[in-house]
Design a protein around this ligand. Structure first.
Ligand code: SAM
Length: 216
C-alpha cells in the first residue's frame, strides 16, 4: 500500500471539492484529507478513488460518496470519546473517518463476506473499530447506549430500536425514503419521551435490510 505525492495531490483536490459543496467542520475535512481512500480500490481503479462519487465494492454494495460521508459525520457533531454505532460497515471508509474525528466506533455489517473482508483489511491500514456481524436495523443492543448512531444505508422508516439505544442528548443520522432516494434525517433524543427531528437534503443509498429495514 503506497501513498505517494500523486495520491496526496488528488486527495487535496477532493478536500477542495467537499468544502466547495459546503462541508466546514475542520476535523471532518482533515480526516478526508488524511485517509488514503485509494487503498479501498484495486490498483487499476485508483483514478476513481478521489472523485466525489460512490463506487462498487462487491457484494452489490458501495463505498459511499466522500461528500455524503463528510455530510453525515459533520451533522453528528462528534466530540472526542463519543461512543458511536455505525450501521453498515461496508468498505470501512466511514468508520475510518469516525475514528479520525475521535469517536469510539462500533460498526455492524449484515453482509457476511463484506464483514469478513473489512474486519481483516481495516486494521492493516491502522484503523481498528469494533466489528460486528448482524442486523444493524435493530442496533447493537449488547453495547448500547450510544452517544451517536449513523446509518449508512437507506431505511424505509426510522427504526424505533435505534432511538431506544441512544443516550439522552444522543443523535441519530439516517437516510429515510424509498429505493430511489432518501431524505437525510437527524433525530436528537431530548428525553425518553421527546425527540427532535430535522430534515436535510436527499441522497441515494443502497437499502437498509433487516427486521426494521427492507425485507430481502
Ligand atoms: N459505510 C460504508 C462505507 O464507508 O463504505 C458504506 C456502506 S454501504 C452504502 C451500505 C452498507 O449497509 C452495505 O455494506 C450493506 O451490506 C449494509 N447493510 C444493509 N442493511 C444492513 C443492516 N440491517 N445491518 C447492517 N448493515 C447493513
Amino acid at each position: 500500500m503506497e501513498d505517494n505525492y500523486r495520491h496526496k495531490g488528488m486527495r487535496r483536490s477532493l478536500v477542495r471539492i467537499i468544502t466547495e459543496k459546503g462541508i466546514t467542520d475542520s476535523n471532518v475535512i482533515s480526516a478526508i484529507g488524511k485517509i488514503p481512500r485509494h487503498y479501498f480500490f484495486d490498483n487499476a481503479l485508483v483514478e476513481h478513488a478521489y472523485q466525489d462519487k460512490a463506487f462498487p465494492i462487491g457484494e452489490g454494495q458501495t463505498i459511499s460518496q466522500p461528500y455524503t460521508v463528510a455530510f453525515q459525520t459533520e451533522k453528528l457533531k462528534i466530540k472526542a470519546g463519543d461512543k458511536v454505532l455505525e450501521v453498515g460497515t461496508g468498505s470501512g471508509y466511514q468508520a475510518c473517518v469516525l475514528l479520525e474525528v475521535g469517536a469510539n466506533v462500533y460498526t455492524i455489517e449484515f453482509n457476511k463476506p463484506l464483514y469478513e473482508r473489512t474486519k481483516v483489511f481495516l486494521p492493516k491500514m491502522g484503523y481498528s473499530p469494533k466489528f460486528f456481524y448482524g442486523d444493524g436495523s435493530q442496533g447493537l443492543k449488547a453495547h448500547a447506549p450510544y452517544d451517536k448512531i449513523i446509518v449508512t444505508a437507506g431505511a424505509p422508516t426510522v427504526p424505533s430500536e435505534l432511538i431506544k439505544q441512544l443516550n439522552i442528548g444522543g443523535v441519530l443520522i439516517i437516510p429515510v425514503g424509498d429505493h430511489k432516494k432518501q431524505r437525510m434525517l437527524r433525530i436528537t433524543k431530548e428525553s425518553d419521551k421527546k425527540i427532535k427531528k430535522e430534515s436535510f437534503d436527499y441522497f441515494s443509498f443502497v437499502p437498509l435490510l433487516g427486521e426494521q429495514g427492507w425485507k430481502k
